[in-house]
Design a protein. Structure first.
Length: 423
């Protein structure tokens, strides 16, 4: 089993690692060619699209791998797979119809650049058809590594070939949003050939149960979006695309650093879920090791980002983004906080079945963020938005730690080499 885990970690690191390297490779090019204003426009619209993505995800990317991992029944795999796809299609159709009605018959969305929205809407389609959650669940991530890498290369090459001036910002948006669509198309062809038993017609009852099971995680992920994408939207309401461009560029660098741990998290989540169902004490010991290495990595990234923020901005963004330096300093502790909260929340609270506790923490954190972001953005613009994000992530980490203590799950307690009851 551990051999399979290491194989999946390697596959995910290869997949996501190259993904982030390619993202960092095109970042310097895009921010320079498009300029602060057009780059800010894309960042703003991506935040709006993110609401579509997070609602359509409905927590499936978190809960479904665990459901698949704990059963070996192929028929059940097919029911899970087909019901999730159907649920995503239902949500996507509803949201798109609602958006079009509001846009066409009211003036509430006059601020939306409809061409840019349509270009980035490809992200929504890609989210529906790219079943990365299935490959996580069966712990066969190597199957989609080549698919995703190929898609990334295609879109990156397209950016370098066709994005030459600020007026090409729509093309840049299309290229960035096309990656998941291509990956989804390639992966569906692969699944039809190798796992054709997955394509069933799920019953209405099974679809309804899928929605019910994902509800608490959906609320959690919606809360996460409330203090990530919402910050950018509120900032834009009080400022302009230029300020959003400064903030978006700095946040993109922070997200790239945070994302380095994502492939490992995606690979080990099903493994921990299995271990919890077999032996909780062994699962805790494994989680402690993960926390140790995550914390070390997060602290090193905090140190590098804070001390070398000027050099990072100069190298990746250019002199016109000098205002992003202070933002990176403010945000520099976030990779450290997220590394810890990821282990305490996703790998511990969720795998131990405390979905409701996890949801409440993120809902409270979202409320804190919403309370802070409006006055902070109004008074301090991009610096206020950055500070709000830092405070929110600190609250998330602290509340997860306190919750685990109350549940008598002591992830941070040293066992001094002796076996203890940890739960």
């Amino acid at each position: 089993m551990k051999k399979n885990l290491l194989k999946n970690i390697f596959s995910m690191v290869s997949l996501k690692g190259l993904e982030y390297l390619l993202a960092l490779a095109i970042l310097p090019y895009l921010v320079r060619v498009l300029g602060v204003e057009k780059y800010g426009a894309i960042v703003f619209m991506q935040s709006i699209i993110q609401y579509f993505v997070i609602i359509i995800d409905y927590g499936f990317n978190i809960i479904t791998p665990r459901r698949i991992a704990i059963t070996n029944n192929l028929l059940e795999h097919g029911k899970i797979f087909s019901s999730v796809i159907v649920c995503k299609i239902i949500l996507g159709t509803f949201l798109t119809s609602l958006f079009l009605i509001i846009y066409l018959f009211t003036s509430l969305l006059n601020f939306v650049d409809i061409k840019l929205f349509i270009a980035l809407y490809l992200n929504v389609i890609g989210n529906i058809i790219f079943p990365i959650w299935f490959f996580q669940g069966i712990q066969k991530m190597e199957y989609i590594t080549v698919i995703n890498i190929l898609s990334r290369f295609i879109t990156v090459i397209a950016i370098f070939l066709f994005v030459r001036t600020p007026d090409d910002y729509i093309i840049a948006a299309v290229c960035q949003a096309s990656t998941n669509v291509l990956s989804g198309i390639f992966s569906l062809f692969f699944l039809i050939k190798k796992y054709n038993y997955l394509f069933l017609f799920p019953s209405i009852k099974y679809i309804a149960n899928t929605f019910i099971e994902g509800w608490e995680i959906f609320i959690s992920t919606l809360a996460i979006n409330a203090y990530t994408a919402t910050n950018i939207i509120v900032l834009r309401l009080f400022t302009n695309d230029v300020i959003v461009g400064y903030y978006g560029a700095a946040n993109k660098i922070i997200d790239s650093i945070k994302g380095i741990l994502n492939p490992i998290s995606l690979a080990i989540f099903p493994y921990i879920s299995q271990q919890v169902s077999i032996n909780k004490s062994n699962a805790i010991l494994f989680i402690r090791k993960v926390l140790k290495y995550y914390s070390i990595f997060g602290f090193i990234m905090f140190f590098v980002l804070f001390i070398f923020s000027h050099e990072i901005v100069s190298l990746l963004l250019g002199d016109q983004y000098e205002q992003s330096i202070i933002l990176i300093k403010i945000l520099s502790a976030i990779p450290f906080l997220v590394a810890i909260s990821n282990v305490l929340g996703t790998h511990t609270l969720l795998t131990f079945g405390y979905n409701r506790v996890y949801s409440k923490i993120l809902l409270v954190s979202a409320l804190i963020s919403i309370i802070l972001i409006i006055p902070m953005s109004y008074l301090f613009f991009d610096k206020g938005a950055a500070f709000t994000m830092l405070v929110t992530e600190f609250c998330v980490t602290l509340m997860m730690y306190v919750s685990l203590r109350k549940l008598d799950i002591h992830i941070m307690r040293c066992n001094n080499g002796r076996r203890k009851k940890y739960y």
